[in-house]
Each structure stands twice: as structure tokens, then as C-alpha cells.
Design a protein around this ligand. Structure first.
Ligand code: DGP
Length: 114
């Protein structure tokens, strides 16, 4: 997707503070952090929303989560804990339409989320 900002970050065409990458996934710090650590993990391949996932994407989604757990460990969050979430469409609060997993940590999370 040529106009997708997260595709451009994945391709290295616009800057981001990248802290994780492999063949399938890129992780970078959120521009507008909502916690002391706020990282976004994205598939390199453009998938707009959770609704667009196909059965063949199941391994990719699992990989996003194992990447998030690695990043959480690297950031020193594993023992105290952290939150992961994916927003979907308007009511879910999604603003960038390239699937991304938020990893938030470094403070106590509230429940229910707003
Ligand atoms: P969501 O609301 O779930 O679609 O989250 C989108 C997140 O993406 C939001 O927390 C802010 C972040 N974001 C938007 N544009 C950029 C950008 O250009 N660079 C970085 N690093 N983060 C961005």
C-alpha cells in the first residue's frame, strides 16, 4: 500500500525508532506514547484491520505476539507485566489502518480501558 504510513516505516522510507525486526515483523516506538514503554509491532505485509485476517495469517499473528514478548523481555517488562492490544476500526479506536499490536508497559494499567 503506497500511501500507508506503517508500510513506509516497514520499508524504511520514513523514520521511526525501530527496536525489533525480523523477516515478518517490525517493532518501533509509538510517536505518541501512552505509557513509559509503548511499542507497535506490525507485520511487514499490509493488512488493514483485524477483520481482514485470513486463516493463512494465523502463524503471522502468533509471530507478532512472540515478537512482542521478546521486546517486553528486552525492555525489562516481563516480570512486572505489560499489556498488548489491537484496536479495530472506529469503535475500537483504530487510527492507522495497517494492523498493529500495541505493547504498553512501565506503569500499572487500568481496567476496563477507556
Ligand atoms: P491505533 O489508534 O490503534 O490505530 O494506533 C495508532 C498508533 O500509531 C498511535 O498510538 C500513534 C501511532 N503513530 C501514528 N503515526 C505514527 C508515526 O508516523 N510513527 C510512529 N512511530 N507512530 C505513529
Amino acid at each position: 500500500m503506497s500511501e500507508c504510513i506503517f508500510c513506509k516505516i516497514a520499508a524504511g522510507e520514513i523514520p521511526a525508532e525501530r527496536i525489533y525486526e525480523d523477516d515478518l515483523v517490525v517493532g518501533f516506538r509509538d510517536l505518541s506514547p501512552q505509557a513509559p514503554t509503548h511499542v507497535l509491532l506490525i507485520p511487514r505485509r499490509h493488512i488493514a484491520t483485524l477483520n481482514d485476517l485470513q486463516p493463512q495469517d494465523e502463524a503471522l499473528v502468533g509471530h507478532l505476539y512472540t515478537a512482542a514478548a521478546k521486546v517486553a523481555a528486552d525492555e525489562g517488562l516481563a516480570e512486572r507485566g505489560y499489556r498488548t492490544l489491537i484496536n479495530c476500526n472506529e469503535d475500537g479506536g483504530q487510527t492507522v489502518f495497517h494492523l498493529h499490536l500495541h505493547l504498553l508497559g512501565g506503569r500499572r494499567m487500568r481496567w476496563p480501558p477507556g
